[in-house]
Design a protein around this ligand. Sequence first.
Ligand code: KIV
Ligand code: ZN
Length: 385
Amino acid sequence: MRRITIFDTTLRDGEQSPGASMDLNEKLEVAQALVDLGVDVIEAGFPIASPGDFEAVRAIAGVVRGVQICGLARCNDKDIDRAWEALTGAERPRIHVFLATSAIHREFKLKMGKEEIIARAAAGVRRAKKYCDNIEFSPEDAARTEPDFLCQVVEAAIAAGATTVNIPDTVGYATPAHMGGVIQTLVDRVPNLDRAVVSVHCHNDLGLAVANSLAAVEHGAGQVECTINGIGERAGNCALEEIVMALRTRGDFYNCDTGIETTRLAPTSRLVSGITGMQVQRNKAIVGRNAFAHEAGIHQDGMLKQRSTYEIMRPEDVGVSKTDLVLGKHSGRAALADRAKALGYHVSSEELDRVFDDFKKLADRKKEIFDADIAALIDKRIGSE
Ligand code: KIV
Ligand code: ZN
């Protein structure tokens, strides 16, 4: 099995999402939770962006152990020097330099030609390399960059010393076939690509960040950049819990795995949601409240017979205590009988028929049925016999 590096950028790209800023202590708490989760690299921030970002990267680099700590920098001396200043205390530092390469960014943002971009990218990597060996280079907006030019930039960055080349879909424009094709082009055409790890960094503007990251892995990417709960700029980044569980659950297809302790996924999701105030949608894959909840009678009956009928993952494997057979108007007799038993009642089949009628009437009126409601219905029926 190929081991995929999990690069977590919750504290950098994740924190860039509107309303998700964290203070220093909160960042330290999240960083430690990421270590416990087993991520390989923590992108702790963008040191030049603000004094607060600098201090956070410095504090994390100074105390968090057992993981690579990364700081982001644009391709200029000031950014790179500042990033290194923040990272010096790290056990295993990584500097991540980036420069946009797409025609749109070259023309409207950077006002630079192709040659200048290549020279600047190589110079940035060389500058960072003076400080440490572990250098990541990202051609920003790579997914919208001309393939030939992207190959040239990547080749130059590796020749200058980049040990990871990260391919961002900065604006979430790619589709899985497109992203897989971009990685395949690099694999086919960049002669020195085997000297670096190929990484992927997908945004979720079309809701495809996880699918695009999987396609990149399929075509040879060895690192995935992601965030807890998928938080990040605009519609967010590739969600860590989703890519990790996709690779784990479909190891038969991808033949890849990660070092993530998956039982920490739900607690880490709750921690990040609590700290940032960004709620996790109820039907969110893996960590949403409904991810292991079943309401339909046919599904509940199947689950009670054999859980693999309607579940492809075990809730306990992602840190959720148990499957939730929600009692509502779609539920059947089997689930009601199961709940009555769990509540300590011995209900005969005739009693269950009557309680079930009452239950259906109540479920039509009430959105959520709690254990106390079930107990009241049973007490009423059995008590009145
Ligand atoms: O989305 C992006 O392009 C980025 C880069 C800095 C890697 O976040
Ligand atoms: Zn990004």
